[in-house]
Design a protein around this ligand. Structure first.
Ligand SMILES: [Zn+2]
Length: 112
């Protein structure tokens, strides 16, 4: 992903409006690109500042907020990956048990 693409995804990222694939690419870019990281930080300041104004909280921890957000994103991606593996495992198990049932069926037929 290049900087132009990354910049267009900052707002959707903050508002949780990008797909998991896009998020993964975006985070990869943010991790290696200081200028886009700064841009994300700036946008997070604004969003977090607005949120604070709305909630009346005086706990201004924007840097922490961005770190938490990125950590949460990675957690989300890990969960998605784990779910995909689980899904695949279950499918494999289902397939194997179907094969086993079929073989048992065959054995019954042949033993007659
Ligand atoms: Zn960049």
């Amino acid at each position: 992903m290049d900087c132009r693409k990354a910049e267009t995804m900052i707002t959707p990222y903050i508002q949780h409006e990008i797909s998991d694939e896009e998020m993964e690419e975006f985070l990869d870019h943010i991790r290696t690109c200081p200028s886009c990281r700064r841009e994300l930080e700036l946008n997070s300041y604004i969003v977090e500042g607005l949120r604070m104004l709305e909630s009346g909280s005086d706990n201004f921890d924007v840097r922490g907020a961005m770190q938490r957000e990125i950590r949460a994103s990675y957690q989300h991606l890990r969960a998605v990956r784990a779910r995909r593996i689980l899904h695949y495992s279950i499918n494999t198990l289902l397939f194997l048990s179907t094969v086993a049932a079929f073989l048992l069926e065959l054995r019954i037929l042949y033993w007659r």
